[in-house]
Ligand binder design. Sequence first.
Ligand code: AMP
Length: 412
Amino acid sequence: MNPKKCITDLPDSAYAEKSVLVRTDYNVPLDEKGNITSDYRIQQSLPTLEYLLKRNAKVIIVSHLGRPKGTVVEKLRLKPVAEALQKLLTNTVVHYSDTCIGQAVTEKVNTLKPGEILILENIRFEPGETQNDPVLAKQLAALADIYVNDAFGAAHRAHASTEGITHDVPINVAGLLVERELSTLLPLLKNPDKPFTAIIGGSKISTKIDVLSQLLTQVNTMVIGGGMVFTFLKALDYNIGNSLLEEEHIETARNLMKQAETMDKIIVLPKDIVIADQFSADAKHQVVAANAIPDGWIGMDLGPQSTQHIETVLKNSKTVFWNGPLGVFEFPAFAKSTQAVAETLAELTEKRYLKSILGGGDTQAAIDQFQISPSSFTHVSTGGGATLELLEGKALPGIEALDNKIPTTSGV
Ligand code: AMP
């Protein structure tokens, strides 16, 4: 990847009284009441914002939150995020706009003072965002003299606010978070100490399917957990009761297991499962063998035997990459395997037995819930999908679109 210009590569004078549009990743985890359960991503954006504010820039923030699919979804408004940011930046005025483009936004930008922040509404309320619509990109670009991409978590998407906009703003640079993520992740993921283990959890195979097969080529061992594990168990013809199943991916799971066998790689599947009679925090629960989930019951967490096995795998690893919780960690009764693995990984990292890289909002929310400091791991990335794609060796379109540190010359 050609090194990209960062905000520190421009002279301080470039920012004074200029409108700087910063694409952040404020896709924070929310509970069912809409409360922000972890402000890690907001915290991680502060160095860039403070850098720009100190240089007297007018800072306009654009972010997405969740998947509103191009329409206004009340519970995905960025107002609570703006309030959280205001609490963190007590000496700065943070304005919030309940729209992200249009006349009202232009007026707010025109009255924005140097050293102030304006957060625009969730950009994914606009259908043009995920379609990388050039009209939307131009509308956003019209607000800015300088574009800063600090949304590492969205850098793998070619969207209007991550890629399209760069075609219409004259100066496009990376923020400090993006720079730190890349400079930490690239060496760790490109040349990992072996044995290299990936732990992949979370609810759905479908969101991670594209990377699993490629990931398998990079690692020695792949541990599968979370809701997606049941599609793998189904592929082994086990009874999975009412557990999460992606019928259309049973074959994919089967192929991945075959691929592992021919490549001499290990896929670790659970031996026991914590099952519940309903999907709720206070459900009746018990531990059963992974091939003996009774009809009507739901797999909610990996069992103690499986957890112990994963811990042994970790003790024999030198690099561990973890994306996605291993169970429904939001309910304490089903958080045990995620917590045990997080604690073991933190301990092994602190003792310098291995390097650990965690990615994804839910993994981060989980360690937050267990009150394990991110500093206990080698790196806690704000990116889930972006980290997975880096690991695959793919270029990230949101990064590729930024100005090169050393301009490429079209030679004669
Ligand atoms: P993802 O967004 O794909 O990373 O998935 C994260 C979510 O997976 C968390 O909210 C977990 O509660 C959920 N999850 C983990 N294990 C299970 C499971 N066994 N059944 C249903 N959801 C799960």
